[in-house]
Structures are given as C-alpha cells and as structure tokens.
Design a protein around this ligand. Structure first.
Ligand code: NI
Length: 180
C-alpha cells in the first residue's frame, strides 16, 4: 500500500503544468506504480477523482469514478477510469453551474460553471485509446481533474465568490442534496 499525502491549495506545485506521458512508457513499472498509488490514495480519501499533481507527480494522469461515494452520496456512479494525456472537447455551447469539492481544498465547496457535454479522450492504463462522450456530473469530474494538469484549482473558476465556503456552513440544514 502506498497512500500518498495529498497536496493542499497554497502548495505551489498544484499551480504547475504537468508533462505528458510518452505512450510507450504507459506500461512501464514507473507509470503503473504512479497509477496504483493514485488509486490507493483516492480510495483512502473517498475521492471521486484524483490527478497526479495532487500527490506531487507532474505527469498528465488522472483517475476518477466510483460506485458509491460518501462525499457525493446523491450522484450517479461513474465507471472507474484511468486517463492519460487527456484531451477534452466541449460538444456544444451549454454551460451549467454545480457544486464541486476537491481533496486539495478540504471541507469546502464552490459553485463552478462548466460545459455540460464533452468528449474526452486519452490513453488507458494499457496504452489503449479511450474516448467517451459524457454529460452531467461525469463530465464535470473529468474537467475538474484535467484542470489539475494545467495548474487550475476549481476556486479559480468560481464566478460568484459568495458561492464558496465550508460545506458545513453552505449546506447547514439543507441536507446533503445540495452538496452534490
Ligand atoms: Ni480536485
């Protein structure tokens, strides 16, 4: 087991741009070990997703997905996915706001605008090409994780900073529904 420390907002490493993985290296021991450490770290923290820079690795690798997630109890499941060198293409112009959290911004939530429908593609852990068209929370999680590869944390995307704060305060008395 190698549960890694998750860097938190304020750590300058989270602001760096990560470098692509050579597809010929995806099946290497080094990259497979990074992926395994990311999975163990995400699972230990009940994350919906995790990007390599969050554990101090500046490579373009994200993981996401869950069957049931206690941090997002009302969200539909997302297939557990490893995505390397991801690209995202919005499928139309529709933007929606919804609540996000981040393991690097503990206990907080913010209302973030994002494209609703996207196509994403990249490589999986076996170096096969992976492409999906998705919407809703799935699309949001992927965009959030890929932002980490470009040094972007979700608070930078919040339009109205009044819609940012501690989860306990924002949703006090409103149950978990609003927290997403
Ligand atoms: Ni995050």
């Amino acid at each position: 087991m190698a549960v890694k420390k998750i860097l938190r907002i304020g750590d300058p490493f989270l602001l760096k741009t990560a470098t692509p993985v050579d597809p010929r290296d995806i099946r290497s021991r080094e990259i497979q070990q990074i992926i395994q450490n990311m999975q163990e770290t995400m699972n230990a923290a009940n994350g919906a997703g995790l990007a390599a820079p969050q554990i101090g690795i500046g490579r373009r690798i994200v993981i996401f997905g869950f069957e049931h997630n206690p941090r997002y109890p009302d969200r539909e499941p997302i297939a557990e996915t490893i995505l390397i060198n991801p690209e995202i293409i919005p499928l139309d112009g529709e933007i929606a706001e919804d609540w996000e959290g981040c393991l690097s911004v503990p206990k907080m939530r913010g209302l973030v605008p994002r494209p609703v429908r996207i196509r994403y593609r990249g490589y999986d852990q076996m170096a096969r090409t992976l492409q999906r068209d998705v919407d809703g929370f799935h699309a949001r999680v992927v965009q959030h994780e890929c932002d980490h590869l470009d040094g972007i944390l979700y608070p930078q995307r919040i339009r109205d900073m009044r819609q940012f704060g501690y989860e306990e305060e924002l949703f006090a008395g409103r149950g978990t529904q609003a927290a997403g």
